[in-house]
Write a new protein. Sequence first.
Length: 211
Amino acid sequence: MDFLHDFLLPLANSPWIYAIALALVVLDAVFPVFPSEVLVVGLASLAAASAVPDLMLLVLVASAGAFVGDMLTYTIGRQIGIRRLQSTRFRPLARMLRWASRRLGPRTGMVVLTARFIPFARLAVNLAAGSTGYAFARFAPFCLAAGLAWAIYNVTMGYLAGHWFRSQPLLGMAIAIALAVLLGFALDLGAARWRNRRHPPGGGTSSGLRR
């Protein structure tokens, strides 16, 4: 508990926590190595016990970071181009790019909303949208709605976990973060199995892009 009072609470009560959260959420959109869900969920669970940080502001910051990160990735995809992206040696990303580029069309809203919760799928959808020339004016509203839904979901999940363990805030934070990580793994695994079932390896999925 000394760690909570001496370090976490002062940091959570500082305006800098929102800047840190914004930066990490943006970074996660481009380099999904550290799931920003962990930070958002952890801060929300802490708010249930200590009333800091402010939950509404956390939602706004997280959704803004998600939107900015998605737009940045979209711009990177537009600058690089689909052929160069698909020539990457990181095969899982190349497969995801082919998968995403085929689904950007009438169901773009559902694809963007679903991918928002799956780190590498989110990266692939944003890169594919930019690199295939999908209209920014059509793509941006989908990303804005998806980022807001993602922020509300993670803040709500963190707050509920923190509220259930209000007398033990560190335990509540640990459980909330563990749930976020497990959910991310489950979504990644489920998405990978679904893609493999629809398009088995060697089944000719690289025969061209369709929109």
